[in-house]
Design a binder for this molecule. Sequence first.
Ligand SMILES: Cc1ncc(COP(=O)(O)O)c(C=O)c1O
Length: 392
Amino acid sequence: MLEAAKQLLIPSKRSDVPPFIVMDVMAAAAAIEAKGGRVIHMEVGQPFHPAPTAARAAAQAALAHGRIGYTEALGIPSLRARIAGHYKDTHGLELDPARVVVTTGSSGGFILAFLSLFEAGDRVALANPGYPPYRHILSALGCEPVLIETSAETRWALTGKALIAAHRKTPLKGLLIASPANPTGTMMDADHLSQLSAVAEAEGIRVISDEIYHGLDYAFAAETAANISERALVINSFSKYFCMTGWRVGWMVVPDSMVRAVERLQQNLAISVPTLAQVAAEAAFDGRDEMETVKHGYEENRRILTAGLPKIGLKKFLPVDGAFYLYADVSTFSNDSLAFAKRMLNEAGVAATPGIDFDPVNGHNFLRFCYAGSAAEMHEAVERIGGWLKQA
Ligand SMILES: Cc1ncc(COP(=O)(O)O)c(C=O)c1O
C-alpha cells in the first residue's frame, strides 16, 4: 500500500485513550464462565437488580402505543419537571425545570458539560484515584486532565489547599468532584463541599459535580452542589440508584446562562435522548420504595464485607460511606494489582478491578470490589478469597 494510503487508516491522536481495564477483567471472567466455571462478579459497577417495576411498565405501555419519535433536545418536559421536583423532595431546593437537561446517561452529560464549559487546552482538576473516563473524555476533547493526588488521610477527597497548589503551578479552568466517589466509596460532607466549591469559584474555576451515586449514601445524606452554588454544573443519572444502567438516561442541572449552549450541542450531537428510556425514567420516581429495598441490600453487603475482609487479612480500607464500592489496599499481598486480580479470578473465581484503572500512580497497590450483588455472593466471595489467600 502507498504510504499516503496507509496514513488514511491511522486513528486520530485524540482517540488514543487508554482502555477501561475493568472491561478486560469482565471479558476474562466471561471466558471462565463459557468453559463452565462460576465467577462472583465484583468488577463492574452495576446493580444486579432490574429497573423499577413502574419504569419497565411505562416503557412497555409506550412501546405498545406505537410510534417512538424524537423528543425535545433538552428532554421530555414532564421528565424535566419531575427531576426538578426530586430536588425539592430530596434537598428542599426549588429548582426551575428549565435548568434540567436530560442526557444519555451521565456519560453523555460529561461530553455536553466539558464542551459547554471549556475551550480546547483548558486544564481541569480531578481527584486521583477517580473514575477513568473523566480524564479520557477530557483528553479526547482536547482538554487537559490534571490529577491531584489524594490519600486515605483526606478520605480520598480533594482539599482546597491541594486545589490552590495545583492552580498556582498552572491555572486551572475546571474542577470535577464526585461524592460518593468511585472507586473509594467515600463522601464529602456539606461543609467540605461548600468550602471546596467556594475556593474554586473565588479563583474562577468552574465546578462540575458528578452526583451519580446520590441516593446510595449510608453514612450521612449526600448534599447536592446545586444547593451550594447556582454556578455549579451537576451531573446525575438513572443508572445506579434506579438500577437503569442499560437504559442510558441521566440528567444535568446547569446554570441558567448555559442552557441554550447545552441545548444547541445536544441538538447537534444526539438530537434527543432515547424516548423510551426517558418515559421509563419519569416513571422510575414512582419506584422509590422498591429502590430503597435494593439500597438496604447494599447496606447489608457493605456490612458483610467490612466485617469479613479484615478477618481474611484484607484490613486496609476506609469505612465506605456510599455508592457500592470498597477500595482495599492489597499491598501486604502484592504491589501488582493487575496480576493479583488475574490470579484471584483464575484461582478463587472472584472478579475485582485492579486499582491501576483508577489511579495510574498508586493503583498497583489497590483492588476495587463492587458490592452491588447479593448477600449470598458477598459471603461466598469472602470465603473464597480467604481460602485462596491462605494457600497463596
Ligand atoms: C463515577 C461515575 N460517573 C459516571 C458513570 C457513568 O454512568 P452512566 O453513563 O451509566 O450514567 C459511572 C459508571 O460507572 C461512574 O462510576
